[in-house]
Design a protein around this ligand. Structure first.
Ligand code: ME8
Length: 643
């Protein structure tokens, strides 16, 4: 019987539209589910919505509608988004569903009955956006939240408490005995350090609002939203109900993985296993906490309204482009930055140039030299052939290791090594030279056969990730399903190829400048910014002094011949040097008005061509949504240093 694999995303708050960050986790789980299916596991994928809590009640109130109306709308919107992104989830749990509520109520009563939950008084501080409670000592200055930095409110109320402290030792032991329970390692260490500081009992009910699951034995209390939310991972499987086959099959099955962001590590690595221990439910899951896609002012957040939405990328570029970028760009264990430049470069270099061209060239050559059909030639392999076939086997091994360890960016790098190797193989074997000599016909066919087999390998390994390009690759090479299975990953398995007449490009190449600008306008909603809204790391004074900032005097300026937004200026930067600088200020300044003015210039920027015109520096300007102002100076002379 097939091994089971159960994978979950966090259930997201319907406090705002889902963004690239939530999409990342959801796509990551989708790719892992597809990978396990490729490996013939019985894979089950759960996602959903975390619909209770003060925050959701407040958002609904602000909209002037009932919370249930708000969450119904959001759940529908979210499912539709996942459908557009072709997420292969098997179940979508909503915490307002009866099947979930009854399980949460049972869990709460059981813990209450056995004394793990008790009634007390809660005194402390609450951060609504984080749905978290803090003691005074945990707060930052001005009583702000230690996690998000926003204001907290003081609370004193009757509350139920969960005896986390009672399980502290057992949890530490469990983590020690199961070294791969939490990955990456750094996250595990954070958790251990946190537990070692000592766990306080956790307030697990509220009486100040009622948008939540009522405590059956004391209905003026609603269950704390995290106890409610975490239970979804088993309530969705029918835990403690008559209909518990899925719980037995998947929770108690071979592999269970909760994928979460680093922001909710503690809830999943501490509260959840302790809840399970108290319930006497086996802790079968492994926890993977990934890093964050960042924005300029820190993390992307629905409540701060500082976000990139997936639909815009999906519409303009396509699903595989979005999936590839998200999975490739976030390093294992670290954070990533979503910048328009990086996005377009990944499409152009990785997808269009390296991968797309390999297919294109191979299909074209099979048509050109063999009228579309080739088959294996049992020639004794050349060192190039050997090297390529070894690389195929090696790539499968490495890829498998990376995927099994949830290192998707690494797995993609593994596949791209084979893609590069295959492109290099074309340069080494020079098919166009072989084609000139009729006696080398079988050698030529052998080369193309190796390329087709390599592309078949690449296609299979990319199936979980590029869900539109890989079927196209298989069609273009006319590869039937039996040769797209994991089992068929072996050089020589498919003996012959009949390819389509004209290759269809997998990924069109994009105009970098045009698209970077388009993304800025579309996604970031910022037209005039020279730099994208990204996180700016702290630098040292040594970094700063690397900038050569000087006063320059504009001696001529004119419109760029090909771009409405750009001006091309000649600037005297002292010491008899004149620089040509292209700047995005044409909407705000007439070229003539700049002549004679003194500006601040970055003089040691690497020269670039902007829309075909050389730019040898940068003029500094400040900007906001409404306007842009070049920084002019009055008394200084060309060449004077700016420090
Ligand atoms: O925390 N980069 O829901 P949530 C990468 N309801 N991933 C990101 C991200 C970013 N910038 N921003 C968000 C909740 N995420 C709770 C979960 S589970 C029992 C309850 C992803 O809507 C990441 O997976 O705030 C993060 O953990 C999750 O969205 C938070 O989603």
């Amino acid at each position: 019987m097939a091994k089971t694999f159960y994978i979950t995303t966090p259930i997201y708050y319907p406090s705002g539209k889902l963004h690239i960050g939530n999409t990342y986790t959801t796509v990551l789980c989708d790719a892992l589910k597809r990978y396990k299916e490729l490996r013939e596991f019985d894979a089950y994928y759960l996602t959903g919505m975390d619909e209770h809590g003060k925050k959701i009640e407040t958002v609904a109130n602000e909209r002037g509608i009932a919370p249930i109306e708000h969450v119904n709308e959001m759940a529908e919107e979210t499912r539709a988004l996942w459908d557009r992104l072709q997420i292969k989830y098997d179940d979508f749990i909503r915490t307002t569903e009866k099947r979930h509520k009854t399980v949460v109520q049972k869990i709460f009563e059981k813990l209450l009955d056995q004394g793990d939950i008790y009634l007390g008084t809660y005194k402390g501080y609450y951060c609504m956006p984080c749905e978290s409670f803090y003691t005074e000592t945990q707060l930052e200055d001005n009583h702000t939240c230690p996690d998000c930095g926003r204001e907290t409110s003081q609370l004193e109320e009757e509350s139920y408490f969960f005896k986390l402290s009672k399980y502290q030792k057992r949890l530490l032991q469990f983590i020690e005995q199961n070294p791969d329970f939490i990955t990456p390692e750094t996250r595990k260490n954070e958790v251990i350090a946190f537990i070692q500081q000592g766990l306080n009992d956790l307030s697990v009910s509220r009486t100040t609002f009622d948008w939540g699951i009522k405590v059956v034995s004391n209905p003026k209390h609603v269950v704390y939203v995290w106890i409610d939310a975490l239970s979804n991972y088993i309530s969705a499987l029918g835990y403690s109900t008559e209909n518990s086959q899925k719980y037995e099959r998947y929770w108690q099955g071979d592999e269970v993985i909760h994928v979460v962001g680093k922001d909710i590590l503690r809830f999943h690595a501490i509260y959840w296993p302790i809840m399970l221990m108290a319930l006497d439910v086996p802790i079968t899951f492994k926890l993977h906490a990934h890093g964050f896609y960042m924005m300029k002012d820190g993390k992307m957040s629905k409540s701060k309204g500082q976000v990139i939405y997936p639909d815009i990328i999906l519409k303009r570029y396509g699903l595989d482009e979005l999936r590839y970028f998200l999975l490739r760009e976030l390093p294992y264990g670290g954070d990533g930055v979503f910048t328009p430049e990086a996005f377009i470069e990944r499409i152009n270099f990785d997808l269009a140039n390296d991968f797309g061209n390999l297919l294109n060239r191979t299909v074209s050559m099979i048509n050109k030299y063999f009228d579309g059909t080739i088959s294996t030639k049992d020639l004794s392999p050349t060192p190039f052939d050997e090297n390529l076939t070894e690389m195929m086997a090696e790539t499968v091994k490495e890829y498998k290791k990376s995927m099994n360890n949830l290192k998707l960016a690494q797995a993609l790098q593994d596949v791209w090594r084979l893609i590069s190797r295959s492109n290099k193989y074309i340069d080494e074997t020079t098919p166009w030279v072989l084609a000139k000599d009729p006696e080398k016909k079988s050698q030529l066919e052998n080369v193309l056969y190796h390329l087709a087999e390599s592309l078949r390998h690449i296609g299979i390994l990319l199936k979980p990730i590029l869900i539109e390009a890989t079927p196209s690759l298989f069609n273009q090479l006319n590869i039937r399903d039996e040769f797209t299975s994991w089992q068929s990953l072996e050089f020589g398995k498919k003996k012959s190829y009949s390819v389509i007449k004209k290759p269809i490009p997998l990924f069109p190449r994009l105009d970098v400048e045009e698209e970077v600008e388009a993304i800025r306008e579309l996604i970031l909603g910022k037209e005039d910014h020279q730099t994208p809204e990204i996180i700016i790391p702290e630098i040292s004074i040594e970094d700063f002094v690397k900038l050569d900032l000087r006063i320059g005097k504009v001696i001529a300026s004119e419109k760029h011949p090909d771009a409405d937004k750009l001006l091309v200026s000649k600037i005297d930067i002292g010491q008899n040097q004149v620089r040509q600088i292209v700047s995005g200020i044409a909407k705000h300044y007439d070229p003539e008005s700049l002549v004679g003015k003194s500006v601040v210039v970055v003089t040691n920027l690497k020269p670039v061509k902007l829309r075909g015109v050389l730019s040898e520096g940068m003029i500094l300007a400040g900007s906001n949504k409404q306007t842009l102002e070049v920084l002019f100076t009055k008394k200084l002379n060309p060449g004077d240093a700016v420090k």
